[in-house]
Structures are given as structure tokens and as C-alpha cells.
Ligand binder design. Structure first.
Ligand code: NAD
Length: 257
């Protein structure tokens, strides 16, 4: 337990189940004393979230499918009415069609390209725009990315390109929102076994490389990402914006493995 986020209200977007990185972040935020608000994409995620949060006091759950402008508008309208002010947002959302996450990148369809960009990158822009009026005391916006944004990673394909757009959006949003003391950063997480990750062909063999070759000789956990998220959401990181922090057991520092 610590008090890094005591008195702060944090919106967590992207818990699908207990393996989600967003859930690891939520647990770390709770241990740091935060008040949490969650969004869910659809009914299946709602029942998982209800089970996960059943014992937590004062938790609110709101539906938000980020492909729907009206969902995003309603979300921040309702949070404004119910809470007035928020201090942080965790955007832990991405999607690409399974068939786009294998083989050659040049086979990416126009529709698949647009869908991956819309859900995985544009959504951060729309969320930041509508959240801004509620961050009256300043704030911290955080998103999740992967090394496939910086390098060509086999099978990551269209998602790597969407993550590049996401990382660039972090820099542009940081420039826009900095004068209002709203910071925008990303965490580049190492591979973690989640629902989304299992859509990438050959995901199991990436994990094996981690165990054998990266500096820490292991994969990272949701909770390790969560602890870095608490840092980025807290006063401790008040001088940091437009940054991408790798929580990947050192993989990004290595050459070809
Ligand atoms: P996950 O499947 O648990 O979470 C992905 C979330 O995205 C789900 O909650 C899903 O409901 C949500 N989502 C998808 N489409 C949506 C939409 N239209 N509207 C609202 N929500 C939508 O998987 P995860 O691995 O925890 O992914 C979270 C984030 O972490 C993603 O951005 C992912 O790219 C990133 N990431 C994951 C890894 C990894 O290895 N697992 C590594 C680096 C970065």
C-alpha cells in the first residue's frame, strides 16, 4: 500500500478480464489509494468487470465502445455529472482483425488498416479531447504501446503501424495539453499473455525469447506495468510528458536477438 494516488479519480479503459493489462494497472492504482472509474466495451466485459469489482466500494462502470463518437461524448458527460473532476486516464485499448496479424504486412486490407487505426490510435485523440474539460486540476493521460511501433516485429503488422500513430499522438497531445498541466505518456510493455496478445500469430515464441535472451531473462507482469502506471499518474512524474517508458525487461535495449 502507498498513498501516491490518494484523493485522485482515475478512469480505466480496457479491462476485458483479470488478465488484462488494464486490470493490473487498476490493482496497482487501488493499492495507491485511487478512486477508480471503469469503462467496458460490451456486455461480456461488463459481467467480467462486475465480478472483478464486486468487493470494491464506490466503483462506477460506464459503457464505451470507442468506435462510437456518441459513446465517448456520453461517457464524459456522465462522468462530469457524477464526479465533476478526474485526474487520470488509462487508455488500454487496441484491436486489429486476427487475419491482419500474420503473414506479410503488404496484404493488409484498407478496411483492416482503418479499423486498427480507429480503435487503437484515434480513440486516444477523441478520449483526450472530451476528457480535457474534466481535468480541471491538471491530469495525466496514459496509453499502452509495444516495441512493434518502433521496429518491424514479425506478424504484428498493422498493429505496429497503429502503435506508431499512437506514440506520435502522445507527443502531439502532450504539446496541446501541456499548458493546461495535462500530461500525456505511454508505456511500451513487453509481451504479456492476454486476450489481445493471443491474436498475434506466434505470440508464444516471442515469450520464449524473453525467457532466454532479454536482460532480465523473463517476461514482465501486468502488475509491473501497473506500478509504472501509478508513477506516471502520480505527482512523482510531474516533470514528464510526451514520453514513452519501456517496461519490457530490457528488450528495447538489445540488438537482433
Ligand atoms: P486485452 O484484450 O485484455 O485488452 C484490450 C482491451 O481493448 C479490451 O478490454 C477490449 O474490450 C478493448 N477494446 C477493443 N476494442 C474496443 C472498442 N471498440 N471499444 C472499447 N474498448 C475496446 O489485452 P491487453 O493485452 O491487456 O491490451 C491492452 C493494451 O495493451 C492494448 O493497447 C495492447 O495493444 C497493449 N499492449 C499489450 C501487450 C501484450 O503483450 N499483451 C504488450 C504491449 C502493449
Amino acid at each position: 500500500m502507498n498513498t501516491l494516488l490518494k484523493g485522485k479519480t482515475i478512469l480505466i479503459m480496457g479491462v476485458a478480464n483479470k488478465w488484462s493489462i488494464a486490470w493490473g494497472i487498476a490493482e496497482a492504482c487501488l493499492d495507491a489509494g485511487a478512486n477508480l472509474i471503469f469503462t467496458y466495451q460490451g456486455e461480456r466485459n461488463l459481467s467480467n468487470l462486475q465480478k472483478l469489482t464486486a468487493d470494491l466500494p464506490n466503483i462506477s462502470l460506464y459503457k464505451c465502445d470507442v468506435t462510437e463518437d456518441q459513446d465517448i461524448i456520453d461517457l464524459f458527460h456522465n462522468i462530469g455529472n457524477d464526479y465533476g473532476t478526474i485526474h487520470g486516464i488509462v487508455h488500454s485499448i487496441a484491436f486489429a482483425k486476427k487475419e491482419e496479424l500474420e503473414g506479410a504486412y503488404y496484404n493488409t486490407s484498407r478496411e483492416g488498416y482503418h479499423l486498427a487505426q480507429d480503435i487503437s490510435a484515434y480513440s486516444l485523440v477523441a478520449v483526450s479531447r472530451h476528457a480535457r474539460p474534466l481535468m480541471k486540476d491538471g491530469g495525466s493521460i496514459l496509453t499502452l504501446t509495444y516495441i512493434g511501433a518502433e521496429r518491424a516485429v514479425q506478424n504484428y503488422n498493422v498493429m505496429g503501424v497503429a502503435k506508431s500513430a499512437l506514440e506520435s499522438s502522445v507527443r502531439y497531445l502532450a504539446a496541446d495539453l501541456g499548458p493546461e498541466n495535462i500530461r500525456v505518456n505511454s508505456i511500451s510493455a513487453g509481451p504479456i499473455k492476454t486476450l489481445a496478445a493471443q491474436g498475434v500469430k506466434g505470440f508464444g515464441s516471442i515469450l520464449k525469447v524473453y525467457e532466454e535472451k532479454v536482460p532480465l531473462r523473463r517476461a514482465v507482469t501486468q502488475r509491473e506495468v501497473g506500478d509504472t502506471a501509478v508513477f506516471l499518474l502520480s505527482h512523482m512524474s510531474r516533470g514528464i510528458t510526451g514520453e514513452n517508458i519501456h517496461v519490457d525487461a530490457g528488450f528495447h535495449a538489445m540488438g537482433l536477438l
